[in-house]
Design a protein around this ligand. Structure first.
Ligand code: GYE
Length: 339
């Protein structure tokens, strides 16, 4: 549902604002357009979120909503329920309502050219967040803020590489591979592709590692469970689970425990996100490495939206700060995650 809360039309507000500006300039006031406008009316940002598939996502939505509220920004929020067509519809509504800035989380990388051209024709700047897009004309959006998924994948690969030093040494003689199962995120999404690519890049020159199974669990806990039931039936010897998010990991852990397989001991688990439940599992020894993906981008998103509305420059590419938590760390130092 799109919440249309503002009562005075945008055109009317703009006319009022221009009259006000002329009047102020006439009176010798020096106030800039955006600052005066924002003071008087507040900014309107259209935000197209992809859904609520994970705890990470819910936290991300809350972060944007809280930051908007704190800054007095009106957020026109739409939940696309995992469908790109719903996102395209939402963006079209934002254009029709003449919001000041459009912010969106692209569920997949492709298919945005037309709607972004429409936003450009309407003169509305667009900020892409969390997942990246590929468009023929990259100037169709102003910038990106979000996670560095390639780096996350590399960190996961590096952890696996460092964990199996003994078995790797033995590989020369035994030819016994280190087997990996991958729980893939949403197909066609930049984050799933980046994580998969970074992971493979690190392991590429090490033939002792073999990815024996890779399927999309859509970042859903329920699908992580279902896939684990499947791959645990298919394979007896699994050394590693590389999971693109904690939700799928938690589902897989449940399936393992039902079968008496000890997660984190019988199978090494590396997971991405760092929601509280994954940190708890790390503390319990059920997960071996948690790669943080930071969902708390709301304040920076709103700051960038304000800059765009004011016609100011924003960076093309901005990655958020993210850490890696290893089983060997002092885990008592990890602050509560809040989601
Ligand atoms: O890792 C996952 C989610 O796009 C980075 O989407 C995000 C991913 C996150 O639902 O949990």
């Amino acid at each position: 549902m799109i919440h249309m809360k503002w009562s005075i039309s945008k055109q009317f507000r703009t006319i009022m604002f221009l009259l006000l500006t002329c009047c102020l300039v006439g009176c010798g006031a020096q106030k800039g357009k955006s600052s005066q406008f924002e003071e008087d009316h507040g900014l309107i940002v259209g935000f197209s979120q992809i859904g609520a598939e994970s705890a990470w996502r819910t936290c991300n939505t809350r972060s944007v909503q809280d930051a908007a509220a704190a800054q007095g920004v009106q957020l026109v929020y739409d939940n696309a329920e995992q469908k790109q067509e719903n996102q395209i519809k939402a963006i079209r509504s934002f254009i029709a309502y003449q919001v000041d800035v459009i912010v969106f989380v692209p569920i997949v990388t492709d298919g945005w050219d037309n709607v972004l051209q429409e936003a450009r024709d309407a003169g509305i700047p667009v900020l892409v967040t969390d997942r990246k897009i590929e468009v023929a004309d990259p100037s169709l959006y102003a910038g990106f803020i979000g996670t560095d998924s390639l780096k996350e994948g590399r960190n996961a690969g590096q952890f696996v590489l460092d964990t199996f030093t003994e078995k790797r040494k033995r590989f020369e003689q035994t030819k016994e591979p280190i087997t990996i199962v991958e729980l893939f995120g949403t197909e066609g999404s930049s984050v799933a592709n980046g994580r998969a690519e970074g992971f493979r890049e690190v392991l590429a020159s090490h033939p002792e590692f073999q990815i024996i199974y890779s399927k999309s669990g859509d970042f859903l806990r329920s699908k992580g469970y279902e896939l684990a039931v499947e791959f645990l039936d298919m394979y007896e010897d699994i050394d590693v689970i590389f999971s693109h998010n904690d939700g799928m990991t938690l589902g897989a852990i449940e399936a393992m425990e039902e079968r008496g397989i000890r997660p984190g001991k019988d199978i090494v688990i590396v997971t991405i996100d760092a929601q509280q439940a994954a940190i708890d599992a790390l503390r319990e020894g059920k997960v071996n490495c948690v790669i943080e993906c930071n969902p708390k981008t709301g304040p920076e998103i709103i700051r960038l939206a304000e800059r765009l509305a004011a016609g100011q420059y924003i960076p093309r590419l901005q990655y958020v700060h993210e850490e890696v938590f290893y089983e060997t760390d002092d885990l008592s130092l990890i602050e509560p995650r809040g989601y």
